[in-house]
Design a protein around this ligand. Sequence first.
Ligand code: CO
Ligand code: ZN
Length: 333
Amino acid sequence: MKKLLQTLTETFGPSGYEDDVRKIVRSEVEALADEVRVDALGNLIVRKRPTRAARETKKVMIAAHMDEIGVIVSHVDENGFIRFSPIGGVFRRYVVGGRVRFLNGTQGIVGFDRLDHINELPTLDKVYIDVGATSPKDSPVKIGDIGAFDRQYSDLGNRLVAKSMDNRVGVLIAIETLRALKSTPYDLYFVFTTQEEVGVRGAATSAYGVDPDIGIALDVTPSGDTPNALRMEMALGKGPCIKIQDVGMIADPRIVQWMIRAAEKNRIPYQREVLLIGGTDAKAIQLTRAGVPAGCISVPVRYVHSPSEMVDYSDVQNAIKLLTAVLRTSIDL
Ligand code: CO
Ligand code: ZN
């Protein structure tokens, strides 16, 4: 499983360009599914039918976004230096000194304009990418080319570190749950979504298309367990988080209770999540059509949107156990 996580996180898929990630997911899930298709926005929709279909069978959509943050080339100057626009939440504190890999394989390093004070942090308009070119003519990348931050996966034992742990870890949890789930009373739609980082766009169209009765997003959630962090409960190693609220969604209390019941009955550790920053695909699912009861299972992460996002391996394993248990537990709606 760690091997698959490494493969997923070392693959590049900024928003709108998730093709390589989708290929890997597709090859993993094809044998486990009753139906696999790709919609117009590139969402991979994987259906697993109920073990025994009843008239009242509910459709559950489980969403895990495939995309990651990145950059798009907006200008190449006369000396070949590249200016870019961020794709998603690119924080300037994490880009300086880093490296970028473009989808055509070109690598670049991140530099910045002269600063007035040595400890100043440059704003993104003062940051450029140097790919070794000397002019727009010999530049291997052109306007509109896409890149992402380049960093290798590392296994620290219990703690795993990689770029795009947000949200390849969610993608992994969806794949492994599909593998583990032997029976379910639900009609399941595992949707590997696109363009979450630019505003939950893939989840919006796929939720409309699937038209589920229940929605569950799988994602990471920033933890509050580092020095002087925001005061939040979520900590690495204490179990997957059952989301109660974030900036984009108030989880349906019936969905929260359903998840808690499954966790307690199966003695799976979990944390109650109130997140003070950010949101997930669950927001788009909840607000589709006439509205859908929705919730989210998340994995606590440190250093989110940096090239070294850290999760705890036991949280990942327990998230798979939790989602598997939830999808076998009945719910009254
Ligand atoms: Co994110
Ligand atoms: Zn995410």
